[in-house]
Design a binder for this molecule. Structure first.
Ligand code: PMP
Length: 428
């Protein structure tokens, strides 16, 4: 209560808005996929504290890597050399696809957050191509800085004066997209938009390989590669936003874009890269980054060794604990259970996702697919009673999004499915 009161009094309205439960939870402790509140109640964290917790809350290897580094030298600004971020950049570059001729030279610029990485990617794309216009998807989310807002399609996240030189294309939502299923009509729309709403020459397109806040919208087969082709034909770059869909979360690959065989010109990442430590990165090809040498882009805490030490441990844990195949297996098992729930509860219009990036969408009527944000909010509250933390998302706030730490286990699948079943059964 004291925490809630302090928050009410001293937090600005802009930061209070996101208190999700009617009766707030004060968290005290986390371990792997679990959280405990101040009263000792245990929860399964299906939100991964906003997709940041990739390998598990307070993972011992990540915590000790960061602590050891913080004790030796907490911060070293990028004007000076330090081995940890340099090693991390090398390890990161190695996670990227090599290309058919095995000759792509990946380079990394570390930032503190996803939106900083997005802003930098916008600058790189505009500088490299000499073009100004960008394309983005209507239900996409890319962050709160002015640049990132300008390419964010979800209206609630956009504020006055943040737009400019950005044209939006409809997302290829396979459940309720305006052109129905498949990739082709949505790809044609990219061409149309370039012709009708840009100068004809573009700097690039930003695509989340699986949209997160948009409500777990997977790009259908052929969309990412097709979008890259069309945008490149207009002089632009393909920019993959892997802030939510990266780090093995989708199960089949380390990066979401790999599902479509596309090799992006720029990849933007954050969240899961630091397992809770503030870290982001723009990974791009050497020749694309080169013109930025003429223009300073300096993030004071970028490449901070403490965060980078945590990031190195995250990459090692994903590999050593085989978290990508775990995301695939556990994700498949959970998706199957969500489908059973869909058979049982008529409020569920759609279940979807890949790996540990899953969603349930609520509708008032399965035929009309009218979104049901009220039922979504009620199930969300009921889930708390079942010890499940998840999030409401989607353009209509009618989607329950599940993006847990990648160490979620088969035993948890039972807990989650049974808890969700109780939450739906308790609806009146
Ligand atoms: N891109 C995507 C897909 C995101 O989900 C987010 C954050 N939710 C961002 C970019 C921005 O990241 P940050 O909040 O770290 O600035």
């Amino acid at each position: 209560e004291a925490t809630a009161a302090r928050r009410d009094t001293y937090y600005a309205a802009s930061q209070q808005k996101f208190v999700p439960f009617k009766d707030p939870i004060v968290f005290k402790k986390g371990s792997m996929q679990y959280l405990w509140d101040a009263e000792g109640n245990k929860y399964t964290d299906l939100l991964g504290m906003n997709v940041c917790i990739s390998v598990g809350h307070s993972h011992p290897r990540v915590v000790s890597a960061a602590m050891e580094q913080a004790q030796e030298l907490t911060h070293c600004t990028t004007m000076f050399h330090h081995p940890v971020p340099a090693h991390f950049a090398e390890e990161f570059a190695a996670t990227m696809p090599k290309g058919k001729d095995d000759n792509i030279e990946w380079v990394v610029h570390f930032t503190n957050s996803g939106s900083e990485a997005v802003d930098l990617a916008m600058a790189v794309a505009r500088t490299f191509t000499g073009n100004l216009d960008l394309l983005a998807l209507r239900s996409g989310y890319h962050g709160p800085t002015s640049g990132a807002q300008s390419i964010t399609g979800i209206a609630n996240f956009r504020h006055p004066g943040m737009s400019g030189n950005v044209a939006f294309v409809p997302e290829p939502n396979q459940y309720r997209g305006i052109f129905g299923k498949g990739a082709d009509p949505y790809l044609d729309e990219i061409d149309q938009t370039i012709r009708a709403a840009t100068t004809g020459r573009v700097a690039g397109i930003f695509v989340e390989s699986v949209q997160g806040y948009g409500g777990i919208i997977e790009m259908p087969k052929g969309y990412m590669s097709g979008a890259a082709e069309r945008v490149r034909a207009a002089g632009g770059l393909y920019i993959a936003d892997e802030v939510q869909s990266g780090f093995g979360r989708t199960g089949d690959n380390m990066w979401g874009f790999e599902a479509d065989g596309v090799i992006p010109d720029i990849v933007v990442m954050a969240k899961g890269i630091g397992n809770g430590f503030p870290l982001g990165a723009v990974v791009t090809q050497k020749h694309i980054a080169a013109p930025m040498a003429e223009k300073f882009m300096f993030h004071t805490y970028g490449a901070n060794p403490t965060c980078c030490a945590a990031g190195r441990a995250v990459l090692a844990v994903i590999r050593d604990e085989k978290l990508q195949p775990n995301a695939k297996n556990v994700g498949n098992a959970l998706l199957a259970r969500l489908k059973d729930l869909q058979d049982k509860h008529k409020a569920i219009g759609d279940v979807r996702g890949r790996g540990l990036m899953l969603a349930i969408e609520m509708v008032k009527d399965r035929k009309t697919k009218e979104p049901d944000p009220e039922t979504t909010a009620a199930v969300f509250e009921n889930c708390r009673e079942s010890g499940l933390i998840l999030s409401k998302s989607g353009q209509y706030q009618s989607v329950l999004r599940m993006v847990p730490p990648l160490c979620l286990s088969m035993d948890d699948v039972d807990t989650v499915a049974n808890g969700l079943d109780r939450a739906f059964s308790a609806l009146r």
